[in-house]
Design a protein around this ligand. Structure first.
Ligand SMILES: NC(=O)c1ccc[n+]([C@@H]2O[C@H](COP(=O)([O-])OP(=O)(O)OC[C@H]3O[C@@H](n4cnc5c(N)ncnc54)[C@H](O)[C@@H]3O)[C@@H](O)[C@H]2O)c1
Length: 433
């Protein structure tokens, strides 16, 4: 049973969050994979991919091109995804002298990830399925003794985040688990946050953060069942994705938690669907919002505003964070630059560095592989869960239109079990190509 944060002081610090969450880290079976611990420091790691879509393709490409990794196994619900993934990575692998992915290591079906996880060819798993499935896939990977790169968010609900914390505790010291917050590996962002923590802008008294982006492409097609359309259009489905604040805007709120060295105490806000009226296959009550407007309160009564949209902003995309301190301002844009401006002498720019998220991804994947090879295993599950819960807090406040505290959210044990019947999904004769 999951524990919650019950005292205000516990809710104020990350240490408190971790300590309380840590109490849940029992009862998960853990079987170390011989293939992992037998991996010589100079040999390549076998990568299994669960969820062979857009981000899976991007992340896998970074691993293969920049680390000693070869793709050995695939899992998805859909043949077209598996086929195009295999074609791309067999080709990329051949350029590196790797063998093609064996047919026996390609798995389709809702629970077929279990077969991938049983394979001795898999040392490390990339989980790039929709967020709703992340807790299930992470738990299984940890139980099978595989290292994991888990894309953000760690879950779409509170109960899922708690499951991830629990699985992370079981893996601590035994497996490496990274969560997909690549901005933490960007030089510009790292430098600004280090300078904030060193006191260069003094105490943060106010923040303004935002994520304005385009509407996303639809993947509906005539002839597909409603469920298949829903799964392919998961980014528009609240339960499968967590909604836009949890699924996409999360990168901004991760920076806020990092800068503040804490999660928020409470949030208030609003949300709506100004332009997004329907998406084929997604039931109306699950259709994602297209904007959020929130105020988070952090320890010390620091207010951080957060605005986002997913509109048809063709030609206009902007996302970033601004922190106003007693001695200066930190201003970071996801597209760069990352700046510190001192209050001294009419506002001197004391740091102005580029942001490069492709390079940040490379840095992160290299750090993960180095961590595995060193045996000194990174474990980012608690930080990933804390940021995911921060977005869930904002979502809960915006949906209800009421102020919601961290403690209330944690006690809610919110659990969005869709009871989906995935048997037979992917048998459609319709090709998405
Ligand atoms: N770190 C980042 O900047 C970043 C960027 C984009 C996406 N992401 C994250 O990556 C994940 C995947 O996003 P995407 O854009 O690749 O989506 P996508 O739809 O392109 O890919 C998801 C894949 O998962 C498959 N899938 C669906 N249900 C499945 C299940 N039950 N088991 C196995 N596979 C299943 C789909 O068929 C699809 O191939 C999400 O968590 C998303 O938030 C992270």
């Amino acid at each position: 049973m999951m524990k919650t944060l019950t005292t205000k002081s516990a809710s104020l610090s990350r240490r408190g969050f971790l300590k309380n969450s840590a109490a849940t880290g029992i009862g998960l079976m853990f079987v170390p994979a011989a293939s992992v611990f037998g991996t010589p420091a100079n040999s390549s790691l076998g990568l299994g991919v669960i969820g062979c879509g857009g981000r899976g393709t991007y992340d896998t490409g970074i691993f293969v091109q920049n680390t000693e990794t070869r793709v050995t196994a695939l899992h998805d619900l859909f043949d077209d995804r598996l086929a195009s993934f295999k074609e791309r990575f067999d080709k990329m692998g051949a350029e590196k002298g790797h063998s093609p992915i064996q047919a026996t290591n390609i798995h389709r079906g809702a629970r077929a990830y279990e077969k991938l996880l049983q394979s001795k060819d898999v040392d490390m798993v990339l989980i790039t399925s929709p967020p709703y499935f992340h807790p299930e896939h992470l738990e299984a990977a940890v139980a099978a003794g595989k290292h994991v790169y888990l894309e953000k968010p760690v879950s779409s609900d509170v109960a899922g985040a708690q499951r991830v914390i629990k699985a992370g505790r079981a893996a601590r010291g035994k497996l490496c688990i990274h969560v997909g917050f690549q901005k933490r590996y960007d030089t510009g962002y790292k430098t600004v946050i280090e300078k904030i923590h060193a006191g260069e802008i003094g105490d943060i008294v106010l923040g303004q953060t935002y994520y304005y982006t385009n509407d996303l492409d639809r993947r509906e097609k005539e002839g597909l069942s409603n469920l298949e359309n829903r799964l392919r259009n998961w980014v528009f489905d609240k339960a499968l994705s967590g909604d836009i604040i949890v699924e996409q805007n999360i990168h901004i709120l991760d920076i806020v938690n990092w800068a503040m060295k804490s999660h928020p105490i409470k949030a208030t806000g609003t949300t709506g669907r100004g332009l997004r009226k329907e998406v084929a296959g997604v039931p109306g009550e699950y259709l994602c919002m297209d904007h959020f407007i929130l105020t988070y309160t952090y320890p010390g009564d620091v207010h951080i505003s957060f605005n986002s949209n997913q509109f048809k902003n063709k030609g206009y995309r902007q996302s970033g964070e601004r922190f106003f301190g007693s001695l200066g301002v930190a201003d970071t844009l996801q597209s760069g630059p990352a700046k510190i401006i001192s209050n001294k002498d009419q506002g001197i720019v004391t740091y102005n560095g580029p942001v490069n998220l492709d390079q940040a991804n490379i840095n992160k994947m290299q750090a993960m592989v180095a961590s595995i090879k060193s045996g000194n295993f990174d474990n980012q599950t608690e930080q990933g869960a804390e940021t995911t819960l921060t977005t869930i807090l904002g979502r809960t406040a915006a949906y209800s239109g009421k102020e919601v505290t961290w403690d209330q959210m944690m006690k809610s044990q919110q659990n969005w079990n869709l009871k989906l019947n995935l048997e037979g999904v992917g048998n459609s004769a319709v090709s998405m190509k």
